[in-house]
Design a protein around this ligand. Structure first.
Ligand code: UDP
Length: 461
């Protein structure tokens, strides 16, 4: 409630400058930060137009202060929603070019002097927008929604390829990647093997598109990723603004594509402080039935309370919970509460939540850091293995399940984080990071200053 009031004050106290066009990648983990950024920039005095695809888009009525422009549905007909993520992104970059160009062209020609369009802000993965912006002579800023560290690993992709890391037979190799410490060979995402050709192309295009941008925005904060920031600034010598964590200004609830089940909170209200393990693998990661059983048995055997998000479709080949074998459901329901989708930020901020078993998407990782909740990491693809390795080896605020999803290892990890002294130490380090987050957002803090710099930069365009 307090947060909502503070948000509405922020929105009311705004100046009036001109307009920004924002274009998110249509996936939950990308929509959330882009819409949060939109609210931040609106509160700073910019009018906002969101350009979006007709699929995967949040409820517009949660954003009455924005203007929305949809890319015509017919231009995306036949877009394969079931392809692998990388292939989908590559295709999206092809099919959106014409309708997006037409849309921006129309918006530019309809804009007036007192509401002039300063620039386009697009997800870095929507690299085709570079050519549209060049064509229409519109400055373009990119938002990269991953961590700086994960972006750096993508930057190293050609070197990793050349050195043979991407064709390693043993995908569980513990060998270090000296070019990207503290990563191990097994942290190089498997996607590299599965969608290698498309991935290589997507990364190369993203890098070219980012280098050519007027500036880069990051949903992170300087103190968290100090070790890699100078390298990125050297490799991308354009203005770079670390203004996160975005969700500390505006929550992700308004841009949720799925309905958040509030019973998660009423159930947590009945639990003792620091007694609950929260389990969620985000909006895209999927597991097979065997992994689902291993998870369920581990949770039942751990003897800890748990709140488990089982997203419809997360178990490959199943609608929802139908693979539960007899007997297991009872064992699980004694100690746990299962929902399809949770108000995650509220869950992580709840006093009952002790630990987050996560796939380590960047939003989830940041949200956990901001609430001081240690993480058990089950990364699967993309930036997740890098985030997980940083959680364990750099920030030392959690641990990685090194052998996939195996019940004994999970039970041990739950004990280590929720009961043992080791877990208490992780929580203390998390509390230090949480304090740093609060400081970086205060007047004079690193993200605060960076945001001021961004506003001035946009006004100079
Ligand atoms: N999320 C949520 N409810 C859930 C699970 C996730 O609201 O039950 C939100 C979460 O707060 C985060 C986003 O969905 O903002 C997931 O983004 P992330 O980068 O962690 O993972 P992705 O879904 O992109 O893999």
């Amino acid at each position: 409630m307090e947060k909502q009031e503070a948000n509405s004050k922020l929105l009311q106290a705004r100046k009036m400058y001109g307009r920004l066009l924002l274009f998110p990648l249509p996936a939950q983990g990308h929509i959330n930060p882009m819409l949060q950024l939109a609210n931040i920039l609106y509160s700073k005095g910019f009018n906002i137009t969101i350009i979006h695809t007709s699929f995967n888009f949040p409820n517009k009525s949660n954003y009455p202060h924005f203007t929305f422009e949809a890319i015509p549905e017919e231009s995306l007909t036949g877009f394969p929603t079931r392809q692998g993520s990388v292939t989908k992104i590559v295709l999206l970059n092809k099919v959106c070019f014409d309708p997006f160009r037409d849309c921006v062209k129309r918006l530019l020609s309809n804009s007036s002097a007192d509401d002039r369009i300063f620039c386009l802000i697009t997800d870095a993965l929507l690299y085709f927008t570079k050519d549209v912006a060049d064509l229409l002579k519109l400055p373009r800023i990119v938002l990269r929604t991953s961590s700086l560290s994960a972006f750096h690993v993508y930057y190293l992709y050609p070197i990793l390829l050349q050195k043979g890391y991407l064709s390693v037979k043993d995908s569980n190799s513990e060998a270090p990647v000296s070019e990207a410490e503290p990563l191990k060979v097994k942290d190089i995402p498997q996607t590299y093997q599965i969608e290698g050709e498309d991935l290589g192309m997507m990364i190369a295009e993203m890098m070219t598109g980012t280098k050519a941008a007027s500036a880069i925005l990051w949903n992170t904060f300087e103190e968290l990723e100090q070790s890699v920031l100078p390298t990125i600034q050297q490799n991308f010598p354009i203005p770079s603004f670390t203004i996160g964590p975005f969700h500390k200004y505006f929550t992700a609830s308004a841009s949720s594509l799925l309905e958040q089940d509030k019973t998660a909170i009423s159930w947590l209200d009945m639990q003792a402080p620091l007694s609950v393990l929260y389990v969620s693998f985000g909006s895209l990661a999927a597991i097979d039935k065997t992994e689902f059983f291993e998870m369920a048995w581990a949770l039942a055997n751990s003897k800890q309370k748990f709140l488990w998000v089982v997203r419809p479709g997360v178990i490959r080949g199943s609608e929802w919970l139908e693979p539960f074998p007899d007997g297991l459901q009872e064992a699980v329901s004694e100690r746990g509460h299962i929902v399809k989708w949770a108000p995650q930020q509220e869950v992580l901020a709840h006093p009952a939540t002790a630990c987050f078993w996560s796939h380590c998407g960047w939003n989830s990782t940041l949200e956990s850091i901001c609430e001081g909740v240690p993480i058990i990491c089950s990364p699967s693809f993309g930036d997740q293995p890098t985030n997980a390795r940083y959680v364990e080896a750099v920030w030392k605020v959690g641990l990685v399940l090194e052998n996939g999803i195996k019940r004994e290892e999970i039970e041990r990890a739950i004990r280590r984080v929720m009961i043992d002294q080791e877990g208490k130490e992780m929580r203390m380090r998390m509390s230090c990071l949480k304090k740093k987050v609060n400081l970086c957002l205060m007047e004079g803090g690193s993200s605060y200053k960076s945001l001021e710099g961004l506003v001035n930069f946009i006004l100079s365009l």
